[in-house]
Design a binder for this molecule. Structure first.
Ligand code: ZN
Length: 168
């Protein structure tokens, strides 16, 4: 029983594995840089140095150390990827994207307001002209229907009526 428990309590961390030293339960790297993620430690060591990472982790509250370790890893990856800007390059791109999206949103909002105003204007115009305009439209349709049913139009009229509806 004691052997498996000791194995779980004192796993080697990637830092101690890298420096070829024995890892202890008090090792600052152990919870955040496990030995099965050697790249994570290698990257932060290369960019910040192991002593700096150790100092940063010790200066941070225990419940925030995991986030700090992940943040250091991300920053180190960005720095290796972009030696000039590091993660600020990504931040700048995202800020530009936010500004672009906000400008696009403002344009779409303005266009939407303009379309709404046109619709309201059109509805107001129809309301003013409405009764006569609608009666004219309706009466034309009714007259042609009545003509077709009651007056039995000539062949020429049927052809004309058919061509209006795309029928031969
Ligand atoms: Zn260790």
């Amino acid at each position: 029983m004691a052997s498996p428990a000791r194995t779980i309590a004192t796993p080697h961390c990637a830092a101690c594995k890298y420096f070829k030293k024995k890892c202890s339960p008090q090792c600052i790297f152990q919870p955040y840089f496990p030995s099965n993620q050697p790249k994570k430690f290698e990257v932060v060591r290369k960019v910040f140095s192991a002593s700096s990472v150790s100092k940063i982790l010790k200066d941070v509250a225990v419940d925030e150390r995991a986030e700090a370790a992940n943040s250091l890893y991300f920053e180190a990856l960005c720095r290796l990827d972009d030696q000039v800007y590091g993660c600020t390059g990504i931040i700048s791109q995202l800020q530009w994207l936010i500004q672009y999206t906000e400008a696009e949103f403002a344009t779409i909002k303005a266009e939407t307001e303009m379309i709404k105003a046109l619709v309201i204007s059109s509805q107001t115009h129809e309301a003013l002209l409405g009764p006569q305009f609608q009666q004219t439209e309706t009466s034309n349709y009714t007259e042609s229907s009545v003509e077709q049913n009651e007056y039995n139009p000539s062949d020429q009229d049927e052809t004309a009526l058919g061509s209006d509806f795309g029928i031969q």
